[in-house]
Design a protein around this ligand. Structure first.
Ligand code: NAD
Length: 471
C-alpha cells in the first residue's frame, strides 16, 4: 500500500514540500512503502525563525485563549483517528487495534492536558510590599520523539508546551514520521502561523535541531545514549532540558501469586508492542517457590499469541519497527544460545519482515546482556530469587530507573517492596498505567526532569517573581 498523497512539513502555518525525501519502510515486509519530506537546513532555520517570531503574540494571548485553540485541535484530531491509526499501524508495525488505542488515547490525553492551570504563588503581601511568583513560558521548544509510540510520545510534549505559551518545532523519528506529519497537516490552519511547526528528516536533522541557537528548551524522548549527546550539546547555551530515556524495568513476583491468573498480565507487561516500550517489563524476578509454575504458565500463554502484520485482523503482536533494532534483538537471542543459556520458550515468526519470535530465557546470570541491557524487543529473561531483600537488590542493580512492577496478593507487603525500588514509577498488580495528571520521571540514567502532572507542565515554564514596593 502506498500513502495516498505526499506529506508535507508544516512551517509558519504553510505546508512545505522538500527537495529531497526519506524512504519509509513497512516493517511487516521490510520494503519501502512511502516517502517523507527531508527538511533542508534552510527549512529548519525557517521553522525555528517562525516559531521565534510567533512567540511574543502567542505568549500574550493568555492561557484561556490558548486552551480554546488546543481543545479545538484535540477535537479535530479525534475526527480522523481511524485513518491515522491505519497509517500508524503500517509505518510502526503494531496491530491496528493497538494503533487505534495509541491515536485515540493520545487525543483523549491531549484533551485532559488542556485543563491544566499555571499556579501563581503569593510570597508576601504586606502594607509595604507584594511579592508573587508566577510562571512564564520559555520560548521555542524543540520536541523530539522515538519510533515505538510515534504519535503518543510526540504530541504529549506539544500540548503542555503550547498551553504554557511556548511555540514548538516538533520532529518525529526518521523511521516513523508519517502519522505525526499528517496530524500537523490536519492542524495547519488552526494556530497562528509559526506557533506549531512539524518537520521530518534523516539522522542529521535531530542534532541540527537541538544544537540550533534559536531553541530555548529541548524535550527529548529516546535512548540514553542520544540523551547524553543532547545534554552535552545543550551545555553551551544552557538550554532547558527534559530527557525521557531508556529503561530496564524489573518486575518482582512475590511468592503468594496465582501463576495461572498472573501469566497473561506478566506476558503483556513484557511483550505489548513487541516489547518496544520504555516501561516494558524487561527483567522478571520470580520467587523460587513458584518459579516453575509461573514459567510454565507464561510459556503456555505465549504459545497462544499470534504474530503478524499490523493490518491483519488476527495479529496480536507486530514486527520490530526497523532493521537496525531487529538485527540487534536477534543478535541478543543468538548470544544467549551461543553462551549455552536455556530458552524456556521460543515461538515462531513470519519469515518476511522484521519479526522476532517471542523468547523466554531461563534464569540467565545477571551479567548476561539479555539481563543487563534494555532488549527493546520480544525477549524476556526469567530470573529466580530466594529472598525479597535479594530480589530488591538485584532489581535496583541497574544504571536505569524508569519503572518497576510488583505482583503479590498481600498488597501491604507488595507496597513495602514497591517503596524500596529505585524507579520513577512503580506499579503494584498492574503495569504501564499512566495518567496525564501524574508525574512521570526517569530516575538515574532513565532521564532528567519530568513529563506530565503539574511538574511536567511547569517544566515548560520558568518561575518569575514580581515584587511591588507599595509605599
Ligand atoms: P533515539 O535516541 O535513537 O532517537 C530519538 C529521537 O532523537 C529521534 O527523533 C531521533 O531522530 C533523534 N536523534 C537521534 N540522534 C540525535 C542526536 N544526536 N541529537 C538530537 N536528536 C537525535 O531513540 P529511538 O531508538 O528512536 O527510541 C528507542 C529508545 O527510546 C529506547 O531506549 C527507549 O527506552 C527510549 N524511550 C524512552 C521513553 C521514556 O519515556 N523514557 C519512551 C519511549 C522510548
Amino acid at each position: 500500500m502506498k500513502t495516498e498523497t505526499a506529506l508535507s512539513l508544516l512551517i509558519n502555518g504553510q505546508l512545505h514540500a522538500t527537495a529531497r525525501t526519506l524512504t519509509v519502510v513497512d516493517p511487516a515486509t521490510g520494503q519501502a512503502f512511502a516517502q517523507a519530506p527531508d527538511c533542508s537546513t534552510e527549512q529548519l532555520d525557517l521553522a525555528i525563525q517562525s516559531a521565534r517570531h510567533a512567540f511574543p503574540a502567542w505568549r500574550l494571548m493568555g492561557i484561556q485563549n490558548r486552551r480554546l485553540l488546543l481543545q479545538q485541535a484535540a477535537s479535530r484530531l479525534s475526527q480522523h483517528t481511524d485513518s491515522l491509526a491505519r497509517l500508524l499501524s503500517q509505518e510502526q508495525g503494531k496491530p491496528l487495534k493497538d494503533a487505534l488505542a495509541e491515536v485515540s488515547g493520545t487525543v483523549q490525553w491531549l484533551g485532559a492536558q488542556t485543563q491544566m492551570e499555571l499556579p501563581e504563588l503569593v510570597n508576601e503581601d504586606t502594607q509595604d510590599r507584594r511579592s508573587i511568583t508566577r510562571r512564564v513560558p520559555l520560548g521555542v521548544v524543540a520536541a523530539l520523539a522515538p519510533w515505538n509510540f510515534p504519535v503518543l510520545l510526540a504530541w504529549w510534549k506539544v500540548f503542555p508546551a503550547l498551553l504554557a505559551g511556548n511555540t514548538v518545532v516538533l520532529k518525529p523519528s526518521p523511521m516513523t514520521p508519517l502519522t505525526v506529519l499528517k496530524m500537523g497537516e490536519l492542524l495547519a490552519d488552526l494556530f497562528p502561523a509559526g506557533v506549531l511547526n512539524v518537520i521530518s528528516g534523516g539522522d542529521a536533522l535531530g542534532p541540527l535541531l537541538t544544537a540550533h541557537p534559536g531553541i530555548d528548551k529541548i524535550s527529548f524522548t529516546g535512548s540514553t545514549q542520544t540523551g547524553r549527546a543532547v545534554m552535552r550539546g545543550a551545555a553551551d547555551r544552557l538550554q532547558r532540558l527534559t530527557l525521557e530515556l531508556g529503561g530496564n524495568d524489573p518486575a518482582i513476583v512475590l511468592p503468594d501469586v496465582d501463576p495461572q491468573a498472573i501469566a497473561p498480565k506478566l506476558f503483556w507487561a513484557a511483550f505489548y508492542n513487541s516489547g518496544q516500550i520504555c516501561i516494558a517489563t524487561k527483567r522478571l524476578y520470580i520467587h523460587s517457590s513458584i518459579y516453575e509454575p509461573v514459567a510454565q504458565a507464561l510459556a503456555d500463554y505465549a504459545r497462544t499469541v499470534k504474530l503478524g502484520p499490523g493490518l491483519e485482523a488476527d495479529s496480536q503482536l507486530g514486527p520490530i519497527q526497523n532493521r537496525r533494532q531487529y538485527e540487534r534483538v536477534l543478535q541478543l537471542i543468538e548470544e544467549c544460545k551461543s553462551q549455552g543459556l536455556k530458552l524456556l520458550f521460543q515461538g515462531t515468526a513470519p519469515a518476511q519482515g522484521f519479526f522476532v519470535p517471542i523468547t523466554l530465557v531461563d534464569n540467565p546470570p545477571e551479567e548476561a546482556r539479555v539481563v543487563s541491557e534494555e532488549a527493546f524487543g520480544p525477549v524476556l529473561p526469567l530470573l529466580r530469587y530466594d529472598s525479597i531483600d535479594e530480589a530488591i537488590e538485584r532489581a535496583n542493580h541497574s544504571p536505569y530507573g524508569l519503572g518497576a512492577t510488583v505482583w503479590g496478593q498481600d498488597t501491604e507487603q507488595a507496597m513495602q517492596v514497591a517503596q524500596r525500588l529505585e524507579a520513577g514509577t512503580v506499579w503494584v498488580n498492574e503495569a504501564q498505567y499512566l495518567n496525564p495528571f501524574a508525574a512521570f520521571a526517569g530516575h538515574k540514567a532513565s532521564g532528567l526532569g519530568v513529563e506530565h502532572g503539574l511538574e511536567g507542565f511547569l517544566s515548560y515554564t520558568a518561575p518569575q517573581t514580581l515584587v511591588l514596593k507599595k509605599s
